[in-house]
Design a protein around this ligand. Structure first.
Ligand code: NAP
Length: 523
């Protein structure tokens, strides 16, 4: 069985036993071991700060962009091998594996392009600055420089490739060295990706380190110039941001956590219309893609009471097209959940929603056809649609994320109540809204947007153009208020701010403009 090593202090290091066993979720068979026993975490962060940091800061944005471009290329070239690793250890179908891996290469390529456009600079200046007194000479600029610490990235199990590189791309472009830790249960793909990146030879020493296994005492060694970006469950996020070491050093923290994303079908949408079909397609995909184990998956569906039965039927029909199966099986589009723990959590979560008043209206978590399954092995679960007829009182539906192919229909009789019910989720990553009512749209955006990091407006003009709502585009911010962690990542150049110190520089404009190489609108 393969032992996943960590890439630390410039070399591959096997963790001491005991190590965690990683499985193939479609069979339950052990496929790898991983652990960080014996890894000196203090040395890891020091190596990042003292070796990786200076090397990255020496590079221009264009050079860092070129590094990201190489990373994207080597991962793309290894795509087939990486897909195999994802199938083996995450139980993903081929399509879901590609979704994760292409997300990683696409995000790297996007930030490579931004690096190129920033050119031969090593720091950023915001705009042309401000005159600070009556004298036109006394001027203020805001500049941004990479922080002098290390970026600690702790990721969730569901996107071992995309999750790793969407964070790493931004940090490296900003000029900060990275220590990245994938969730142990599905670390094989992250390990394979890192192997490729290291083999490419372009990575400056110390710029990127990988921990395969527990974080150990890593976070006890944080310093004030370090940053911590975490993706995972709300409870772990709460624990990490409250750590004494993190609080005492005012370590900058970004949390991407649970999210009870909502889809809202407005009253004006007629059954069968283009916008309605878009709503059905999007929602079915968001319930089933990656077996519902996506932070942006739709969990709550708000819809007019009058069409609730019809929607359950149409959505069920669309979901039924998604064949459940062993990742390699012909036609399989939805694989198993990623682990036994996830399997148990999804069943427990489903029971909790039902106890809270939701009733199943379509599908079954336990009775389904699974193509290519060997007996009854594997952590498969069937998609389920629930319905709760009293959305205002559906406490469990608004507060408990079932991390699997499960969503709840929440019928309304008056649209005015919907924003308040959406808000009961206490903040999400994504809300989708389907309406062709141009007059009412402004009001709907104003009511929904404060509770979500991203709002996708589906309408007939974009019905055949819009991409899957769950796709996290590097050009748009990802993150959400409240339960979603209160964080923000990506969003083009906005994402770099987390890794940079913004400093106001005040003084003689002529000198500052020259030193800071300010390019005014006159050129
Ligand atoms: P998790 O159990 O919280 O684990 C997340 C990461 O934290 C793993 O790498 C885990 O390491 C690590 N970790 C756990 N305890 C730690 C500690 N005390 N110190 C340092 N690291 C620690 O979450 P998960 O089960 O992997 O992910 C599922 C959740 O992630 C879902 O709720 C989902 O909504 C959320 N998610 C959110 C987003 C987003 O962008 N908002 C994206 C994806 C997933 P080990 O694996 O080694 O335990």
């Amino acid at each position: 069985m393969i032992i996943l090593k960590s890439y630390v202090c410039g070399e591959w290091r096997e963790g001491d036993a005991p190590r965690q066993i990683l499985i193939d979720p479609s069979t339950g068979a052990a496929v790898a071991e991983a652990g960080t026993g014996g890894v000196d975490m203090a040395a890891v962060v020091r190596y990042g700060r003292e070796v990786g940091g200076p090397a990255l800061r020496e590079m221009t944005f264009a050079e860092r962009g070129a590094l990201l471009k190489t990373m994207s290329k080597v991962l793309y070239e290894a795509r087939e091998e990486l897909i195999a690793a994802s199938i083996l250890n995450a139980g993903t179908t081929r399509t879901d594996a590609k979704f994760d891996i292409d997300g990683a290469t696409g995000t790297l390529a996007y930030y490579a392009g931004l690096g190129k456009s920033l050119g031969d600079r090593r720091f950023l200046v915001e705009g042309e600055g401000e005159q600070l007194t009556r004298s036109a000479r006394f001027w203020g600029h805001h500049i941004k420089l990479p922080r002098r610490g290390v970026a600690l990235h702790i990721n969730a199990f569901n996107f071992p490739a995309w999750g790793l590189f969407e964070k790493a791309a931004v940090a490296l472009l900003a000029g900060m060295p990275v220590v990245t830790k994938p969730a142990t249960a599905t670390a094989l793909l992250a390990y394979r990706c890192m192997e490729k990146v290291v083999q490419s030879g372009g990575l400056p020493d110390g710029a990127m380190q990988l921990l395969c296994g527990s974080a150990g005492d890593l976070l006890e060694h944080v310093e004030s110039q370090d940053v911590l970006a975490f993706t995972g469950s709300g409870s772990t996020g709460e624990l990490l941001r409250g750590l004494k070491s993190v609080v005492a050093k005012s370590v900058r923290v970004n949390v991407e956590a649970d999210s009870l994303n909502a889809a809202v079908l407005a009253e004006d949408i007629e059954v069968g219309s283009e916008t309605y079909q878009m709503f059905i397609r999007d929602t079915a995909r968001e319930v089933t893609q990656k077996t519902g184990q996506k932070c942006t998956a739709i969990r709550r569906i708000f819809l007019p009471e009058a069409v609730a039965d019809r929607v359950a039927e149409d959505l069920g029909e669309e979901i039924a097209q998604v064949k459940i199966g062993a990742p390699g099986a012909e036609g399989a589009r939805m694989g198993p959940l990623a682990s036994e723990q996830q399997f148990n959590d999804v069943h427990a979560g489903l029971a909790r929603l039902i106890e809270g008043g939701a009733r199943p209206v379509w599908g079954s978590a336990t009775e389904m056809d699974v193509v290519g399954r060997d007996g009854d092995v594997g952590y498969y679960v069937g998609p389920v649609l629930l319905r709760h007829d009293d959305p205002g009182a559906a406490e469990a539906v608004h507060s408990h994320e079932v991390f699997g192919p499960v969503a709840t229909l929440l019928p309304y009789t008056s649209f005015g109540e919907v924003p308040g019910w959406v808000a009961l989720g206490e903040g999400s990553l994504l809300t989708t809204l389907y309406t062709d009512d141009k007059k009412a749209l402004g009001g709907m955006i104003a009511e929904l947007a404060p509770y979500t990091g991203r709002l996708l407006v589906g309408s007939k003009k974009v019905a055949d153009q819009s991409i899957s709502p769950g796709i996290v585009l590097p050009s748009c911010v990802h993150g959400g208020p409240g339960r979603a962690g209160g964080g923000e990542e990506l969003g083009g150049l906005r994402g770099l701010d987390f890794y940079m110190q913004r400093t106001a520089i005040q003084g003689d404009r002529a000198i500052l403009d020259r030193v800071l190489e300010v390019r005014t609108s006159e050129g």
